[in-house]
Design a protein around this ligand. Structure first.
Ligand SMILES: Cc1cc2nc3c(=O)[nH]c(=O)nc-3n(C[C@H](O)[C@H](O)[C@H](O)COP(=O)(O)OP(=O)(O)OC[C@H]3O[C@@H](n4cnc5c(N)ncnc54)[C@H](O)[C@@H]3O)c2cc1C
Length: 454
């Protein structure tokens, strides 16, 4: 039997980040991370690894800004071992003067909006500068709003010529989530924290916690004063082991990556998102075939916006990644989710609308292509759950949806503070289960037009 102060269930990026702040910042080193698989191999291995501070609500903006600051600290201290880049996110729409979108942009940056948002139209005297490198330390902050088609064409000639407005979110880019997890694990081990391979099968709450684990038929009991549930898509299952419900559902999302042998995408393109919904441009024969098959006829229906594309592997690389979180159906999580074989074709056709040069790959995707996916564990409002649960001594860091890589540092820091009883910043009060007591906030979130799902 092992006896520790803190057991963290889950060695994805959320559990590792929590353990890192507990061990390294708070010096709580009688700490054990338990996982049924090797660290960073479930959802955390499927991440697109992008980050952004663009959200429909200032609380989520503050949360990811806090996380980005912590990632920048690590990048600075380690000679950028986490490969942080910052070319931003460019969000494209064919709507000229999209008032609702611009209102949402202002709402998301809250009090900082006026100072952060720079508008460029045919009458303004401001200068828009696209990123001249991927360097996060010299990149600007704020947001550029391009309302001038000629300006958009000048800087983004590969985009659909119908694009009329472009938002360029500047505090955004990508990191290596695997390197971040690896670095944190090394620091946890150096501080004295340990890892145990095993599936948690039962949790007793009488007289401290009794966490029962099993690996290859070998059972082991871990006694702990405090437990952190960082079980990703299985967080609700783990909570059920000690008789608690968590309001989390899982939604499968997918991506593809392939070598851009035709150089369809500029290696300097920021992460690009098509905000507009679309009906896929099938040929007449394809439409007939889809209509005849009730399993796939939904592909003829209008699809939501949010298709995204970016070059992967830097300026000298060749790969690109495409994603589109169009699935909204919750499902029971498994370790190896069944992917939709239609996804690569669908996302490619969707992407070809914003980036017409990608049409060259329809029906001709390179054989080396990779199709992958995992679950977004989500609350209904798409906010995370970080902090105490109803069971005294039990904490949760989860429901990190499609933003767990970018927010892991903040989620880990906030959860670690909750565990040791240290004060948390004002914005973080509503990121725990406590927010469900705030009727006004919940009514606001339930009526929001966007939940920031990407
Ligand atoms: C396709 C896709 C693209 C994404 N793109 C991005 C992106 O661009 N940017 C971004 O920020 N985020 C992105 N995300 C989200 C991000 O990957 C996740 O939010 C993050 O990895 C979640 O980390 P986690 O530690 O909560 O979960 P996980 O990585 O799933 O870790 C949970 C761990 O708990 C363990 N566990 C569960 N139950 C038990 C048990 N009973 N006993 C022992 N161990 C258990 C599991 O084995 C697992 O290792 C994406 C997600 C997907 C699916």
């Amino acid at each position: 039997m092992r006896d520790v102060e803190i057991a963290v269930i889950g060695a994805g990026i959320a559990g590792i980040a929590t353990a890192y702040y507990l061990a390294v910042r708070h010096r709580r080193v009688r700490l054990l991370i338990v996982d049924m698989g090797p660290p960073m191999t479930l959802t955390s291995a499927q991440s697109g690894e992008n980050y952004r501070n663009w959200w429909p609500h200032p609380v989520m903006t503050a949360f990811t800004d806090h996380s980005t600051g912590l990632m920048e600290d690590i990048a600075r201290r380690t000679g950028n071992r986490i490969n942080m880049t910052r070319r931003g996110y460019v969000l494209a729409t064919r709507e000229a003067r999209p008032e609702a979108l611009l209102r949402q942009l202002h709402a998301g940056y809250g009090a900082a909006a006026n100072a952060s948002i720079r508008v460029h139209d045919s009458t303004s005297s401001t200068t828009y500068r696209p990123p001249d490198s991927a360097d996060w330390e010299t990149a600007p902050g704020g947001v550029d709003v391009l309302l001038d088609r000629a300006l958009i064409r000048q800087h983004y000639p590969a985009f659909d010529p119908e694009v009329a407005t472009l938002l360029h979110i500047r505090r955004a880019g990508d990191i290596s989530g695997q390197q971040l997890g690896q670095y944190m694990l090394e620091e946890i081990r150096a501080a004295g924290g340990r890892f145990l391979r095993g599936r948690v099968t039962a949790i007793g709450t009488h007289d401290r916690f009794t966490v029962e684990t099993e690996a290859d038929g070998v059972r082991e009991t871990v006694r702990a004063d405090l437990v952190v549930n960082a079980a990703g898509p299985f967080a609700a299952h783990v909570a059920a082991l000690h008789g608690e419900d968590l309001p989390i559902v899982n939604v499968l999302q997918q991506k593809i990556a392939f070598p851009d042998k035709q150089a369809a995408i500029s290696r300097r393109m920021p992460f690009a998102i098509d905000l507009d919904g679309q009906s896929i441009d099938w040929t007449a024969d394809e439409r007939d075939a889809l209509a005849a098959d009730p399993g796939v006829d939904w592909l003829l229906q209008p699809m939501p916006g949010g298709m995204h594309c970016r070059p992967d592997g830097g300026e000298r690389g060749q790969w690109i990644k495409l994603g589109w979180a169009y699935n909204s159906k919750a499902s029971e999580p498994t370790r190896e989710p069944e992917l939709d074989p239609n996804f690569p074709d669908v996302v490619l056709r969707g992407a070809s609308r914003l980036l017409p040069a990608l049409r060259a790959y329809i029906g001709r995707l390179p054989r080396e292509r990779v199709h992958y996916g995992g679950y977004y564990p989500m609350t209904a409002e798409n906010w995370p759950l970080v902090g105490r649960t109803r069971t005294p001594g039990m904490f949760v860091v989860g429901a990190l949806s499609g933003y767990g890589t970018m927010s892991a540092c903040a989620a880990g820091d906030l959860c670690a503070r909750a565990v040791v009883g240290e004060a948390i910043p004002a914005f973080a009060q509503s990121l725990s289960l406590a927010r469900y007591q705030d009727q006004q906030l919940m009514a606001e979130l339930r009526s929001a037009k966007s939940r920031g799902v990407l």
